[in-house]
Design a protein around this ligand. Structure first.
Ligand code: IPM
Ligand code: MG
Length: 355
């Protein structure tokens, strides 16, 4: 099993180090050999090669069975030419590998109930949401885009555009995911204002005809943002476009206790999947052994499940994470009363021991 690993920037390298230790131990325990090749992406790639996504990185990714990513970006590259920002590396690899479906499961670990920001009576109803975000279209990639000067003033513009095939295939992913869960899909759009959303809604309704066993509802994105904090238990699968999905998945993550807990899988049709924590590079704590490695470790579990069909191995990692939380170990982001504050390394080692 060939895996391309891209630690990236900020806390990326330290969380990935813990993740790779977990992968190695899983390999030993279950007798698998994982062939890991490192590649550059983001700011470190800019520093070494001048671009955020070198051709060699794309080639290594395409030659792999799965790709693991830490995080990209940081203040060091904030003033760089926007066409080579670190984020362009991440967007570029998603596009190169045609990873149109981004699965972001946000569920509440019961052990972290007290780290949750929501009222206890809301939390008690449970949180188990799967955000299915379209990842290679919408306003992130739409043309035309750019900045210009008109009548002596600066203007910036992007295009939110979705084509039928893009909506259809992401809707299918959402309905299929729902079939394996609670059989409910909520499609989030802004159809009261945006034409692109009206097409989105129309096509999602058409796809739903093939899934009579799954309940489909629709929600405007502003309402969805509110409902997620008011009563997240009402959601099972949320399917939405690139930009709305970016925003709502951060929100879904943080209501489960911390953005530091959420893994993600980005999948395409015939390419390796890409697995990454949804949090960013957290430059403010990078290098201080404070980062939470659990989202990365859980992303590795997702990789084992989705790319290699290794369900038992994935469950083993997830159980080890749960046990570590039950033992009271907490990084700063999930710290609660009675928890034992640990760093990134100690958290990683505890998970290893529990495996
Ligand atoms: C995410 C991130 C990225 C995005 C950035 C880093 C380009 O926020 O994966 O959610 O906007 O997709
Ligand atoms: Mg985001």
């Amino acid at each position: 099993m060939k895996i391309c690993v891209m630690p990236g920037d900020g806390i990326g390298p330290e969380i990935m180090k813990q993740g790779l230790k977990v992968l190695e131990v899983i390999g030993e325990k279950f007798n698998h050999s994982f062939d890991v090749t490192e590649a550059l992406i983001g700011g470190v790639a800019i520093d070494e090669t001048g671009v955020p996504l070198p051709d060699t990185t794309v080639a290594i990714c395409k030659d792999s069975d799965a790709v693991l990513l830490g995080a990209v970006g940081g203040p060091k590259w904030d003033t760089i030419d926007p066409s080579i920002r670190p984020e362009r590396g991440l967007l570029g690899i998603r596009k190169e590998l045609a990873l149109f479906a981004n699965l972001r499961p946000a569920s509440l670990f019961p052990q972290l109930k007290d780290a949750c920001f929501l009222r206890p009576d809301i939390v008690d109803k449970g949180i188990d949401v799967m955000v299915v975000r379209e990842l290679t279209g919408g306003i992130y990639f739409g043309e035309p885009r750019g900045t210009t000067v008109e009548n002596g003033e600066r203007v910036g513009f992007n295009t939110m555009i979705y084509r039928e095939h893009e909506i259809k295939r992401i809707a299918i992913v959402a309905f299929e995911a729902a079939r394996k869960r609670d059989k409910r899909v909520c499609s989030v759009d802004k159809a009261n204002v945006l034409d692109v959303s009206r097409v989105w809604r129309e096509i999602v309704i058409e796809v739903a005809a093939d899934y009579p066993d799954v309940e489909l509802t629709h929600m405007y994105v502003d309402n969805a943002a509110m409902q997620l904090v008011r009563d997240p238990s009402q959601f099972d699968v949320i399917v939405t476009g690139n930009l709305f999905g970016d925003i709502l998945s951060d929100e879904a993550a943080v209501i489960t206790g911390s953005i530091g807990m959420l893994p993600s899988a980005s999948l395409g049709e015939n390419n390796p999947g890409l697995f990454e924590p949804i949090h960013g590079s957290a430059p403010d704590i990078a290098g201080h052994d404070k980062a939470n490695p659990l989202a990365t470790i859980l992303s590795i579990a997702m990789m084992l499940r989705y790319s290699f069909d290794l369900t038992v191995e994935a469950e083993c990692i997830e159980a080890a994470v749960e046990k570590t939380l039950s033992q009271g170990l907490r990084t700063g982001d999930i710290m609660d009363e009675g928890g034992k504050l640990v760093g990134c390394i100690e958290m990683g080692e505890a998970v290893l021991a529990n495996i």
